[in-house]
Design a protein around this ligand. Structure first.
Ligand code: ADP
Ligand code: ASP
Ligand code: MG
Length: 402
């Protein structure tokens, strides 16, 4: 008898018809003699709607009240899913994150899991029921309701799978797995059957929305095998585990991210301590700096550019202006395109081919950064989608690898 944690995203439980398909799938798993713990997200776009309501009632949005509001979406979903299971003759118990024993830190709207007790989940399983747990929520160490942040249901599922020693953590979504690039942008993007944690972590850090990055970190740290798959077609999806990737390609995927903006400080004195002051100030303001580029100086002055999340741009510009070290300008019309692949380490020429592909299409590279298994370029926002499609074709990522 195997134990599966099965997590269903918003689109998978968007309406009563979808819920009944999910129930049917769980029924088949249980009929095989396996045990299931379900983790469920808020239905459809409900989380967005709750955030919209919060904006509509007040510009003052205390974190405690925001979490009380947002977690209502998942609470509604688990009750409905549990009822639908009962209707299909499957005993089920719904649980809030708090009832499931998910203990978090005290950060509202983006809490981190500190401990998972799961006593009531084990009791529910022992009675032959299917526990249905509200995703992305818990109770903080000071006993407040907390939300784990957008996409946090994936993390709930991974944390429960680890605590319960599940055989696999299945993340059901609206696509059939992790693709070589965003399937919304490139029609011949290919579903990967297997992916290493290192590659998936790099992909999620560079803008791939699925699965949520924190859940991949948690799974990697605790060795939880992930299976990302479709709640529409039920076909085998993408397996992620400790094994090295079976895919032998040098480049595995192209990922893009439209959520960053660029800040440039020009005519900065080229002397020790300036960068230290700048980035210390930004760190103290909790600004998450991603790429950094400093030009070669001429006549004792230089330019420093860096990227930050769009949501932190105003704060970053204000902090940089406050230092009076140079002229501050910003650009929010940028996109980041990243090539990811474990085989890059030992294969020279990937960067050259990336730059040639972009150059041939007249796409200017504004900034660059690399890691052992990644090359990222900042390009014009309007050319980002072209860059993704061209790189996907240039590296022949739609071709199956043997
Ligand atoms: P869920 O609500 O099920 O947790 P999300 O809506 O957060 O799922 O993320 C799923 C979406 O991520 C898919 O619809 C897909 O369009 C998008 N996506 C972007 N890049 C990729 C990729 N490389 N592989 C798979 N999906 C991707
Ligand atoms: N419902 C939340 C969101 O939309 C949490 C989740 O789905 O993981 O982000
Ligand atoms: Mg989602």
């Amino acid at each position: 008898m195997a134990l599966y944690v099965q997590k269903f995203g918003g689109t998978s439980v968007a309406d009563p018809e979808r819920i009944s398909e999910v129930v049917d799938h769980v029924r088949r798993t249980v009929a095989r003699g396996d045990q299931v713990v379900m983790v469920v997200s808020a239905m459809g776009k409900e989380t967005d709607e709750l955030l919209r309501l919060a904006n509509a009632v007040s510009s003052v949005r205390p974190g405690r009240e925001m979490d009380m509001l947002i977690t209502a979406g998942e609470r509604k979903a688990v009750a409905l899913v549990a009822m639908a299971l009962h209707g299909a003759g499957i005993p089920a118990d719904s649980f809030t994150g708090s009832q499931a024993g998910i203990i978090t830190d005290t950060t509202h709207e983006n809490a981190r899991i500190e401990e998972v007790m799961a006593d009531r989940i084990k009791e529910s399983l022992a009675t032959g029921s299917v526990p249905v747990v509200a995703g992305s929520q818990g109770m903080s160490t000071d006993k407040e309701v907390t939300f784990l942040g957008r996409g946090g249901s994936d993390t709930t599922a991974v944390a429960l799978a680890h605590r319960l020693g599940a055989d696999a953590c299945e993340l059901y979504t609206d696509v059939s797995g992790v693709f070589t690039t965003d399937p919304r942008l490139v029609a011949d993007a290919r579903k990967m059957t297997h992916l290493s944690f290192d590659e998936l972590l790099e992909m999620t850090a560079c803008g791939c929305p699925k699965p949520a990055m924190r859940s991949v970190e948690y799974a990697h740290r605790h060795g939880v095998a992930l299976h990302i798959r479709s709640a529409f077609t039920w076909e085998q999806g993408t397996w992620v585990n400790e094994e090295t990737s079976m895919e032998r390609a040098i480049v595995t995927a192209v990922v893009h991210d439209m959520s960053e903006a660029k800040v440039t400080i020009s005519r900065v004195a080229d002397e020790p301590g300036i960068a230290a002051r700048l980035f210390r100030t930004l760190a103290d303001e909790d600004v998450n700096v991603d790429m950094i580029v400093q030009n070669v100086s001429s006549e004792g002055v230089t330019d420093i550019s860096f990227t930050v999340p769009m949501s932190q741009l105003d704060g970053a510009v204000a902090a940089a202006n406050g230092l009076e070290i140079g002229q501050v300008s910003s650009d929010d019309a940028i996109g980041k395109v990243s090539l990811i692949g474990a085989g890059m380490k030992s294969n020279p020429g990937v960067a050259a081919q990336m730059f040639e592909t972009l150059a041939e299409a007249g796409i200017n590279i504004e900034m660059l950064s690399t890691s052992g298994i990644r090359i990222s370029s900042i390009v014009d926002a309007n050319r980002t989608e072209d860059a993704v499609a061209l790189l996907h074709a240039a590296f022949e990522l739609s071709r199956p690898v043997s």
